[in-house]
Design a protein around this ligand. Structure first.
Ligand SMILES: Nc1ncnc2c1ncn2[C@@H]1O[C@H](COP(=O)(O)OP(=O)(O)OP(=O)(O)O)[C@@H](O)[C@H]1O
Ligand SMILES: N[C@@H](CCO)C(=O)O
Length: 310
């Protein structure tokens, strides 16, 4: 029986001023294996392994399966009985795009079982519609750092471009031992912003794109500022100010909330990555928060799939 394995990278969205439009794939992965079930009374079997496996539901509420079903609904077909084996490497509800890995995994698994009936751009459109914003699912599918903006042709159509990322900009993530759901972190945001804040973010996102491309330190230091989401969300993250001060003192370009948080992302150069990581862990520990800190790289490939015949 053919089994398809889909490997999907974690992602860090927003990068400070790029709320809901920019994200980068990181070298941390979830793996999803799909096997079509034949001659079995069960329509769905889900197994999960990995550190947080108990947090993943194994019935039809599972997000991987929900995306799998949505794919078949899109084709106006009934989903087949399936076994989904999940190997978790991306922590859940921490701002590292775990839900995007589940959505991308479910859609790609279904597409593979169907003989890759949908194109990459059709899968991308479906993934964005399911997640509700593009900044995690797009880099999770395509890899690298990506900017997504609505296109002119149809309301649902997106223009996606790759943002060059200098080798001298290293992402360091500090992942705390508490969760923050995206839903909760979006609830604290205002529905309207001032013109001054809109201009502030537009300018800083432009600066960030050039800073990431060139690795130019003064641009990066200024560029990570944001007025659209972080000022409202930082109160949800215990120890935010202390970790931010430690990151700056350790010489990093700056620190932002990864996605909707609570993971904090520092951008730094190669020579300072280790001391920045140590400073983040220590600052959070002093605030009573245990955190796993990792210096990562940008994943350039995005989701990968593999077919095996058992
Ligand atoms: N591998 C997985 N399998 C099934 N469901 C998952 C998986 N990973 C995440 N989920 C679902 O997604 C939820 C987390 O989504 P949420 O958007 O709150 O956080 P996130 O995607 O980790 O963070 P962010 O969107 O800020 O990067 C989990 O509580 C779970 O319901
Ligand atoms: N742009 C999204 C990313 C998290 O899913 C947010 O910040 O809410």
């Amino acid at each position: 029986m053919p089994t398809f394995t889909v490997t999907v990278p974690a992602t860090t969205a927003n990068l400070g001023p790029g709320f809901d439009c920019i994200g980068a794939a990181l070298t941390l992965y979830n793996e999803f294996q799909f096997t079509r079930l034949e001659s079995t009374p069960e329509a769905l079997v889900i197994n999960a392994i990995g550190e947080e496996y108990q947090k993943v539901t194994t019935d039809d509420s599972n997000l991987v399966y929900q995306a799998f079903v949505k794919f078949y609904q899109h084709l106006e077909q009934t989903p087949p009985p399936v076994q989904i084996d999940i190997k978790l490497g991306v922590p859940l509800a921490r701002g590292l795009g775990s839900s995007a890995t589940a959505i991308v995994g479910g859609l790609l698994g279904a597409n593979l079982l169907c003989g890759e009936i949908l194109s990459e751009s059709q899968v991308t459109e479906l993934a964005i519609a399911l997640e509700g914003h593009p900044d995690n699912v797009v880099p999770a599918l395509l890899g690298g750092c990506r900017l997504a903006a609505t296109g002119l042709t149809q309301e649902s159509s997106w223009e996606i471009c790759e943002i060059p990322w200098s080798d001298d900009v290293i992402p360091v993530v500090a992942i705390p031992n508490f969760e923050l759901s995206t839903q909760e972190a979006r609830r604290v945001l205002p529905t309207e912003v001032s013109r001054a804040d809109a201009i502030f973010n537009t300018a800083h996102l432009g600066l960030l794109l050039r800073g990431l491309q060139t690795g130019r330190e003064d641009w990066l230091r200024a560029a990570l500022q944001d007025r659209l989401h972080q000022p409202y969300r930082k109160a949800l993250i215990q120890g935010y100010d202390a970790v931010n001060q430690a990151v700056v003192a350790a010489g990093a370009y700056g620190m932002v909330i990864s996605g909707a948080g609570p993971t904090l992302l520092a951008l730094t150069n190669k020579s300072q990555a280790e001391s920045v990581a140590t400073a983040m862990a220590l600052a959070w520990k002093n605030e009573g928060v245990e955190a796993v800190v990792r210096s990562l790289s940008i994943d350039t490939q995005g989701a990968k799939s593999d077919r095996r015949v058992c």
